[in-house]
Write a protein that binds this ligand. Structure first.
Ligand SMILES: C[S@@+](CC[C@H](N)C(=O)[O-])C[C@H]1O[C@@H](n2cnc3c(N)ncnc32)[C@H](O)[C@@H]1O
Length: 259
């Protein structure tokens, strides 16, 4: 066995090997330190989220892809919390009672669903997604009923109906204009009379960008998600839907109540 290491790296002088080893150790120590820092930062984000809403469940999926503010979970929880505020405002404006049956489409890994679960602990919540893993995570973690969606979503059959609230965060925003009507019809058909649909659209910033750069054509990725579609800001309302709209900078939330 003597000389094995030399024979594995015959051309690297011993001094360089020592330097490489030291470099490797430093990189590992740096990665570990970063990991510890991240754990502390996220621990504090979770504590903060709990202090602001003691009922919110702070488990985050390993594959969560909505960490849009970076790996720090503080922003992630803030987005969920602000979505709940929009939803509550929409329900108030529509004069609707607290929902007993809720459809979150698309639920993702529960960024917003966790806040709806906290607000209405006894509600029956359906988590509908194209990504099976995401719907299952919401079922496991927030006690939702998982439903696998299809592409396009209005061909899905598993969600049932008679919902009091349908929350749609960031789906229509990625659709071409032609897809809006069938999607809205599908939503309408999921609702109870008096049920409320709340969905996001692009806000003023996106509309301004659209004016500057023009609509870009949508490109479909592996899971069928249109990754670039700024254009879907116009919509045609299915009859029987009344609308009230409130806009913020990047995202606008629209509420419609089925009469
Ligand atoms: C921008 S994410 C938003 C997720 C969630 N609403 C949130 O705020 O975290 C959009 C989600 O839509 C899902 N999606 C795309 N097409 C879908 C479809 N036809 N039916 C259901 N979900 C779909 C994607 O898998 C992705 O998780």
């Amino acid at each position: 066995m003597h000389g094995t290491r030399e024979s594995l790296a015959p051309n690297v002088p011993p001094m360089n090997r020592r330097r490489e080893r030291a470099r490797g150790l430093r990189a590992r120590a740096h990665a570990q330190l970063h990991g510890i820092q991240q754990t502390l930062v996220n621990g504090s984000a979770r504590t903060r989220a709990k202090l602001r809403n003691r009922r919110v469940i702070t488990r985050v999926a390993e594959h969560e892809d909505m960490l849009t503010g970076g790996p720090d979970l503080r922003h992630y929880f803030e987005v969920g919390e602000s979505a709940l505020e929009c939803i509550q405002e929409g329900l108030r404006e529509a004069g609707a009672p607290p929902p007993k049956k809720i459809l979150d489409l698309p639920c993702g890994y529960g960024r917003v669903l966790r806040y709806m679960r906290a607000a209405w602990p006894k509600a029956e919540v359906t988590a509908m997604e194209l990504v099976p893993d995401a719907a299952l995570f919401c079922a496991d973690t927030f006690g939702a009923k998982p439903v696998l969606s299809r592409q396009p979503s209005w061909l899905s059959t598993g969600a049932g109906a008679e919902y009091d609230l349908l929350w749609c965060g960031s789906l229509l925003t990625h659709f071409d204009a032609d897809d809006w009507e069938p999607a809205l019809r599908y939503f309408r058909d999921r609702l109870n009379p008096g049920g409320v649909l709340i969905f996001t659209t692009h806000g003023d910033l996106s509309i301004d960008l659209l004016a500057v750069i023009g609509p870009r054509s949508g490109r479909r990725s592996g899971n069928g998600w249109a990754t670039t579609a700024w254009g879907a800001t116009r919509r045609e309302w299915p009859r029987r839907l009344e609308s009230r709209a409130s806009r913020s900078l990047t995202t606008a939330t629209t509420t419609a109540r089925l009469d």
